[in-house]
Write a protein that binds this ligand. Structure first.
Ligand code: MN
Length: 250
């Protein structure tokens, strides 16, 4: 039986991780190591200035007072005590598209797994924040994609960033391999005055603009497809190396 580590950034009690765990249990020995509370937008942060506690909730569910990256590190090093066959993160409450993946705790957990050399996949549901959330559609596709990764592994140094449209399963049209699009928020910083008169700033809730390129992650979702973007950890811009060497004469 393959060993599968399950984590997220919405917290151990979120509906998305329960749905993902149920799907993974049918593929192997699934163990949850997840944050004790929501850590969305935690990015790839690692807690190094305080100790972390891992509490066992039941046999295979662990709650950790840290970030998603902390959960992967402690999950692999201490809870499992060996490298799992697969690390899955999610199912996130909301999409992780374009440049947003750099903020995402969900995707960062899969980055940590990839750095460790473990096939890793991030799953997100394109839930808009109100109305029905179709986690069961996402868990159905999560199972299919995880099964494929267990059988065929993943390309070197590459995680899969999977986004599922928020639709009933029968309305999801299938899967598309996509590229990471561009996304820009406008007016996302709000002024808030404290009861004592000081000005504060609250980031979030801006209007998002997307690049609608045909092969982008966003476009697949808009068309009703599951978007699968292969993301690699080598951030080097190889074209820029050539450009800088030539133009700067280095
Ligand atoms: Mn989240």
């Amino acid at each position: 039986m393959p060993i599968i580590l399950v984590t997220n950034d919405d917290g151990v009690d979120s509906p998305g991780i329960t749905a993902l765990y149920e799907a993974m249990k049918s593929l192997g020995d699934a163990v949850i190591a997840a944050p004790d509370r929501e850590r969305s937008a935690a990015g790839h942060s690692l807690t190094i200035h305080r100790p972390l506690k891992a509490e066992n909730i039941n046999g295979s569910v662990w709650r950790i007072n840290g970030t998603p990256t902390d959960c992967v590190v402690i999950g692999v090093e201490k809870i499992l005590g060996r490298r799992p066959d697969l690390i899955v993160s999610g199912i996130n409450r909301g999409p992780n598209l374009g440049d947003d993946i750099t903020y995402s705790g969900t995707v960062s957990a899969a980055m940590e797994g990839t750095i460790m050399g473990v096939p890793s996949i991030a799953f997100s549901l394109d839930y808009p924040g109100k109305g029905d959330a179709f986690y069961e559609s996402a868990s159905d596709y999560a199972k299919r994609i995880a099964e494929y990764a267990l059988e065929n592994s993943l390309p070197y140094d590459t995680l899969l960033n999977v986004n599922v449209p928020n639709l009933p399963l029968s309305d999801v049209k299938g899967m598309k391999i996509t590229r990471q699009g561009k996304r820009v928020y406008e007016g996302a910083v709000h002024d808030i005055r404290s009861p004592f008169g000081a000005m504060h700033y609250w980031i979030g809730g801006g209007k998002a603009f997307y690049e609608h390129g045909e092969d982008t992650d966003m476009n697949a979702l808009l068309e009703g497809y599951v978007s699968i973007t292969p993301v690699h950890m080598d951030l080097t811009n190889y074209d820029a190396i050539k450009f800088l060497r030539e133009k700067w004469g280095l």
